[in-house]
Design a binder for this molecule. Structure first.
Ligand code: PMP
Length: 403
């Protein structure tokens, strides 16, 4: 029998990486159990009806044939305008490739940057697909750990030490899973490393509309960084369009031309009616993006306030790393004595609340859980009550055991 390629067989690096818990929660839910899911980054609202109207009108108007592979001119213009609005940089359509979601943009960017066997750096904790995306182009993922005590901002010295001989560095700000928004000092440190080591920087900015503290500074806008930066973006998070699979990768025109060539031989573009809907969505401006983001800020604050109350009224010692952006809160549960995996498993079992164990995002997030801010406020409050009650029981058990 013909065999499967080593590249695909090695894509996930073995093990369930904590995703087993996610699938168990889904299976329970499918079997009719009332599981409260705080797992993946998906809005509790759906794509706005007027965006769907635009999609419908485009499809009925005939935009159902092959669309231009790099993206329609109007969407590339709209994305270029949005990117130009963040900084002094001026983007044109030649700097944009429209992709089926940011995920496909990450693959295109690594395909451009890395040859098989090349070292591709990523920051740990990381979005769960990153290592597999890197392995998918035949490169070797090399995580660089960050630390809760630094708010998960990468240290320049660690990056410099890890990057000798590397080809690329994948960064993500605002960050999934930590909620970190990289400071100017962090970004400038990364820029020095990228210059010194001649790296491609692949900057995943899909959460650029979800900033709770500070401002979003695109990595490409740092001095001398545009020519070595491939910026990945998406309408998934900003416009609740996860299922439309609409994203982009932006960069120097020469690099984009090569990634268009890749798209011609892989995706062959994105449906025209989806792109027209995206164009309409972007025409709604930043107010529409702020409206989609607002519930996550509200729920982020709910977590922080309720946690503070709980800490004041009993001995609850789990801590939040207050997120500066994105739709998640990381909780440090090391005081319970449990791993993120064990905490998550027992929480699902006892309280029917599903979270992601930190371990699914790399070794640097061990002893943490990631709570997605993705249930309507009232249900979210119930889930938090159950989570904190569960954590308090673990603390009590621990105190009793050591008394
Ligand atoms: N990057 C990060 C950090 C993400 O969290 C996600 C989705 N959860 C993506 C990229 C991919 O998003 P999409 O393909 O839906 O644009």
């Amino acid at each position: 029998m013909p065999t499967y390629s080593n590249r695909l067989m090695g894509l996930t690096g073995g093990g369930d990486d904590g995703w087993g818990l996610f699938y168990r929660a889904r299976a329970l839910k499918d079997a009719g159990e009332p599981v409260l899911e705080l797992t993946i980054g998906e809005h509790d609202t759906r794509t706005a009806p007027d965006i769907l109207d635009a999609m419908d009108a485009s499809a009925r108007g005939g935009h159902t044939g092959y669309a231009a592979v790099p993206g329609t001119r109007s969407l590339r213009d709209a994305v270029a305008k949005r990117l130009s609005s963040f900084s002094e940089l001026t983007y044109g359509p030649e700097n944009i490739l429209i992709t089926p979601g940011g995920q496909s943009g990450l693959f295109a960017a690594h395909s451009l940057a890395c040859d098989p066997g090349d070292t591709a750096l990523l920051i740990d904790p990381y979005y769960a697909t990153y290592p597999g995306t890197i392995r998918g182009v035949g490169a070797v993922p090399k995580p660089v750990a960050t630390h809760p005590e630094d708010g998960f901002q990468p240290r320049e010295a660690d990056l410099m030490a890890a990057s000798l001989g590397a080809k690329s560095l994948l960064i993500n700000t605002p960050n999934n899973p930590t909620g970190a928004v990289y400071s100017d000092a962090t970004l400038e440190g990364i820029a020095r490393v990228a210059g010194a080591r001649d790296l491609w920087v692949i900057s995943d900015e899909v959460y650029d509309s979800q900033i709770w503290e500070g401002t979003h500074r695109p990595f490409a806008s740092l001095p001398d960084m545009f020519e070595r930066t491939l910026t990945v973006g998406s309408l998934s998070k900003s416009h609740a369009m996860t299922g439309s699979r609409l994203g982009w990768v932006a960069g120097p025109a020469g690099a984009v031309a090569q990634m268009i060539n890749l798209a011609t031989h892989t995706t062959y573009g994105v449906p025209g009616f989806i792109q027209d809907a995206g164009c309409y969505a972007l025409s709604l401006g930043v107010e529409a993006e702020a409206a989609v983001a607002a519930p996550f800020l509200r729920r982020r604050n709910m977590v922080l306030e309720r946690l503070a109350q709980q800490q004041a009224s009993n001995s609850l010692q789990i801590r939040a790393i207050p997120p500066s952006g994105a739709m998640y809160v990381m909780l440090d549960i090391r005081a319970t004595g449990l791993s993120g995996n064990d905490f998550g498993e027992a929480l699902l079992e006892e309280e029917r609340v599903a979270v992601m164990p930190g371990e699914s995002f790399g070794v640097a997030a061990a002893g943490h859980i990631r709570v997605a801010l993705t249930l309507p406020d009232e249900v979210f409050a119930t889930a938090l009550d159950r989570l904190f009650a569960f954590a308090a029981r673990q603390m009590d058990g621990r105190c009793a055991a050591t008394a």
